[in-house]
Design a protein around this ligand. Sequence first.
Ligand code: VGL
Ligand code: ZN
Length: 202
Amino acid sequence: MRDATEALIVIDLQNDFCPGGALAVAAGDQIVAGINALAAEFQTVALTQDWHPQDHLSFAASHPGAQPYSEVAMPYGPQTLWPVHCVQGTAGAEFHPDLDTRPAQLIIRKGFRRGIDSYSAFFENDRTTGTGLEGWLRARGITGLTLAGLATDFCVAFSALDARALGFDVTVRLDLSRGIDLGGSLASMTERMRAAGVVLEG
Ligand code: VGL
Ligand code: ZN
């Protein structure tokens, strides 16, 4: 068992990010068994769940004429446009059926405000709206985080960078994460994590 000051945060292990899903990450489903085994080591486990309204402004379909994977200017800065994914209440938004959700004491839903995307488990993409995860962790005396899930170069990396900025010790399990890799994002975000002092394992 890990120390009581350590928590595992499993990022967006949902059907739409797995093969067959709307925003499938290659081999995204191959990390499920390893994450289940890892969760058994931790006394504190939280999951995040991408949870968008149907008309979310991170969807290309919400911007007439826009293509998925293009970029638009949002009031808070540039935003990549995605295929419609993880719509609240749909099968695509559910966790992968093999993910053991029983050890999780908290599920943080994010991206539910139509006008703001949320990659990070800590802050939405305006970089100021908090999700509440920091307070929950601090109230439980957590100082060290292990992150794994989907996608390495978006929600995992943004969460890891925010966690470092908030002062947590952070390990990302690269072997239990998979990336989207848009325009070299996997290499660039991995380097950003390394530079920020994130321990990269696997
Ligand atoms: C994610 C793009 C859009 C992720 C979520 O979980 O990495 N990526 N929404
Ligand atoms: Zn999303």
